[in-house]
Ligand binder design. Sequence first.
Ligand SMILES: [Fe+2]
Length: 308
Amino acid sequence: MSARQEAPGRGLRDLLPSTSGFVDIHHHLLPGLDDGPGSWEESLAMARAAAAAGVGLVVATPHVRPGAGDCPERKTVVQRVEELQERLWQAGIPLTVLPGAEVYPVAGLGEWLSSQGTGVPGLGAEGPVPYVLVDLPAGRLPPLFDRLLYEVGLGGFVPVVAHPERNHELAARRERLVALAAQGALFQVTAGSLLGAFGQRARETGWWCIEQGMAAAVATDAHDVRARSPAAMEEAYREVVRVSGERLAQYLFVSAPLAIARGEPLPAAPGTIGIAGRRRSQQSVRRPQAGLARVVLAWLARLAGSAG
Ligand SMILES: [Fe+2]
């Protein structure tokens, strides 16, 4: 592969430690790209707060709206991450940063992602499994959202739905969450939701996702040092340990998000979950994994097709 064809971010995966404290896969850490920090100083303050809260790895996820003129390209995000990493080293802040994006759920998203080649705004480093963080509004679901995610999967990508517990429609109709998980979508629950920062309904729905084994990661969605603060990670971790046990907390805050950041298959989830610590049924474990397997197979088929 020539340097011109090299995908931005490829090779970063090999630099990652196997464990690095908490892994925050949803964090608006880069300055000047969206409604996150407006300066390098603010960005460094957020990074300092994240490191102090025990976070070792952040995937920087600026908003990306497919088709919009001011939409940051993958190479721009990678360049900004590299500059931030240099500044972190100079400032002595022990934090690793990877490029990512939070992609708006526009109609035709699967087709758009497939057309991006090496510029796909994926989540973390280039790896065998291409995860994409899909944004969700707080109010109504986008039209035909289940079909939109299905088409993302058909394109060979694994959708990670950002903060489903904060969407009013999903919180009111949890059967929709079950259906999305069954078709292979992964859920990222916001740390602040578990602590009540987004209201009682988001809190209950976030904990319900964890109890049902449908959450793949807890992340901050941090925008500055106050709103959705990086520091929420540590407090939420303590709550999950207290309520659901350390094994599940390690899965949601470390091992599963690390696999996503590395572009690798998720590790096996702990079998014991929930407030009562009851054993998860085999059926509830298998359904999301079966969906994921279908997506991975579709992706492998796409690779085989493009090689021919
Ligand atoms: Fe976000």
